[in-house]
Design a protein around this ligand. Structure first.
Ligand SMILES: Nc1nc2c(ncn2[C@@H]2O[C@H](COP(=O)(O)OP(=O)(O)OP(=O)(O)O)[C@@H](O)[C@H]2O)c(=O)[nH]1
Ligand SMILES: [Mg+2]
Length: 616
């Protein structure tokens, strides 16, 4: 007996067809608890009850309302169920919400189910046979092979048979993977005196232990797990597929309403743009256009959404972009339902293919495999790369499945600083990098190389990926990186014929000017061209020295004036600037920058009253 098998059964069916009565006959629990439910004799809110089955253990039952005004609640209840209990009253037969609920089950991907023909005590066998025929026709696409069992909550007819059928089907349901990111959409939140905030839901994936910290999206609150319950008993760990109540410390009940999602991993984030494969229900009464606005139901959340598609195909799934009015938590593979609000109608649904789509994302073609979607993500991300930690959410794969996939494509991708980039893109980036450096040398033949900062700004790509491309080029010795300048391997700046002549003129002019050389601007005016690159080149060669921002000295001239300064200060006493001006015969314009230069390089020390000679 596998008591840990976690299965959720959900009811479906038209109003008043006996869903709640059947759940009570099966479980002994009356799930219609609200005074308004009692008074009106209908279900309004989701009901929950444990059902213990021989040889299976306890499974969770979700009872949904059948009223057409509460279909949104039905969707929230039906999301995440493993098994549908479709209820059709034998006296009324297939009705509008029977069909709508069946369509929703199909859109949500619920493939297993059982049909109960309730109120069998009210009809004769001939009538029952006709209703059964109708049910067969209505379930021809979804739940095609579902057993149809006549039942009566009044006489008890068929209840034992139904239990046996549920147990048999529950046994065929594969256990959900716990090797996955934890996620639980909240279907109820309430306060219990002494305990505080409690949320309930079905754990969709992963596991959660007591005392862990969870985040609540989209509100982004954090809370501590104070306690976990499953079917009324305390648990240490919540696992996938189980009906679960979580007591949360540190969060107000108003901050975790239905539609919130409880998660732990940072890969989850609220999103408003997604890609999806959309399916429309056949024979739609309303026209669907490429930007039609819908109610979008996913998990227990419901938000407005625009479905943007180039073309609407009413007979096949088509690729679309979803623009949501409010953020929700989505994962690739999530099923959703689309409804119109006027008239109130379920019109379609589909599967999320990319939960974190870029704003103006081009829809992909429908039906792509996880591997193909991964390739698309890599291509779109280019040299920015894809954040590896988000892949379980973006591809809808468990962490180990993602590991397997990245192993399969191992040769085609590189992992750089937590991001995955296509090797082809990295190689292209290396090529672009070489081209930028080559072009820089051509434009600045006298420069040692391009600065790292300028190089980065010229390349499109994440900083870590650009650095990886740079390192690869350095390792291949095509690029050299040193002293803030990046150059081609073996690059040495040299003067060509034109710049040689300029260099000679500059040196001659600076030497002749001695201790009072012209500024860069003055030189430019005299020479009729920008002396900057040649000056910087000559400075690296040691032939000139930059004493202030826009003034260079010939190295020899500077040496001479500093020798004179040393002599003037040889007494060891503090010397003020006016005394130095007289001794050196320099105007203030030249003297002050020169003294500041001497302070900078350590020849002199500046005190309150003047300077003393300090070093060489
Ligand atoms: N005779 C007879 N009456 C039944 C049976 N099952 C339910 N009923 C009656 O049918 C009415 C509706 O039953 P519910 O179980 O509340 O129906 P429901 O499908 O849960 O209704 P909603 O939740 O509002 O959609 C009640 O008056 C029940 O007593 C049955 O097997 N036989
Ligand atoms: Mg009910």
């Amino acid at each position: 007996m596998d008591r840990r098998r976690r299965v959720i059964l959900g009811t479906a069916g038209h109003i008043d067809h006996g869903k709640t009565a059947l759940v009570r006959a099966l479980t002994g629990v009356d799930t219609d608890r609200l005074p308004e439910e009692k008074r009106r004799g209908i279900t309004i809110e989701l009901g929950f009850a444990p059902l213990s089955l021989d040889g299976v253990g306890t499974i969770g039952v979700v009872d949904v309302p059948g009223h057409e005004a509460f279909v949104r609640t039905m969707v929230a209840g039906a999301t995440g169920i493993d098994l549908a209990l479709v209820v059709v009253a034998a006296d009324e037969g297939v009705m509008p919400q029977t069909r709508e609920h069946l369509a929703i089950l199909e859109l949500l991907g619920v493939r297993r189910g059982i049909v109960a023909l309730t109120k069998a005590d009210l009809v004769d066998d001939e009538w029952l046979a006709l209703v059964e025929e109708d049910v067969r026709a209505a379930t021809a696409t979804v739940l095609r092979d579902a057993p149809i069992i006549p039942t009566s909550a009044v006489s008890g007819q068929g209840i034992a048979e139904l239990r046996a059928a549920v147990a048999e089907m529950a046994r065929t349901i594969p256990a959900r993977s716990n090797d996955d990111l934890f996620r639980m959409p909240v279907d109820r939140a309430f306060t219990i005196k002494g305990t505080g905030t409690v949320v309930t839901g079905t754990v969709w994936s992963g596991r959660l232990a007591r005392d862990e910290t969870v985040r609540i999206l989209p509100s982004r609150h954090s809370a501590r797990v104070r306690g976990i319950q499953g079917h009324g008993s305390q648990l240490d760990v919540a696992t996938a597929g189980g009906r679960t109540a979580i007591a949360l410390a540190g969060v107000d009940v108003a901050d975790v309403p239905r539609g919130s999602t409880i998660i732990t991993d940072r890969a989850w984030r609220p999103t408003t743009f997604a890609r999806a494969d959309v399916t429309l229900v056949p024979d739609l009464a309303v026209a669907v256009r490429p930007r039609t606005w819908f109610r979008f139901h996913v998990g227990t959340a419901e938000v407005g959404a625009r479905v943007v598609a180039r073309a609407i195909d009413s007979s096949h799934p088509f690729a679309a972009r979803l623009v949501l009015d409010e953020p929700v938590v989505l994962r690739a593979g999530d099923r959703f339902v689309l409804r119109t609000s006027a008239p109130l109608n379920t019109v379609g649904g589909g599967v999320i293919t990319d939960p974190y789509a870029p704003k103006r994302a081009r829809p992909w073609s429908p039906g792509l495999s996880a591997r193909d979607r991964f390739a698309q993500l890599l291509e779109e991300a280019g040299a920015e790369g894809v954040e590896a930690a988000t892949l379980p959410v973006r591809l809808g794969l468990s962490t180990s499945e993602v590991r397997d996939l990245t192993r399969v494509v191992g040769d085609e991708v590189a992992v750089v600083g937590g991001r995955i980039v296509a090797r082809a893109r990295l190689a292209a980036l290396q090529g672009e990098l070489l081209a930028v450096v080559t072009r820089y040398h051509a434009d600045h033949p006298l420069d040692a190389g391009i600065s790292t900062q300028l190089l980065r700004s010229q390349l499109k790509g994440g900083a870590e990926i650009v650095d990886a491309a740079l390192q690869a080029e350095v390792a291949a010795r095509r690029i050299e990186s040193g002293a803030g300048a990046i150059s081609l391997g073996g690059w040495a700046p040299k003067l060509d014929t034109g710049s040689s002549a300029l260099s000679a003129s500059i040196l001659a002019r600076l030497s002749a000017a001695g201790a009072e050389p012209p500024s860069v601007e003055e030189l430019a005016g005299e020479l009729g061209q920008d002396p900057g690159p040649v000056l910087r080149f000559l400075e690296r060669q040691g032939e000139v020295v930059q004493v202030e921002q826009s003034r260079y000295y010939a190295a020899n001239s500077l040496k001479l004036v500093i020798d004179r300064l040393r002599t003037a200060m040889s007494g060891g006493a503090e010397v003020g600037p006016s005394e130095l001006r007289e001794k050196l015969g320099l105007s203030r314009k030249f003297l002050i920058p020169l003294l500041e230069y001497c302070d900078r390089v350590g020849h002199t020390n500046r005190n309150s009253a003047g300077r003393v000679w300090h070093g060489t």
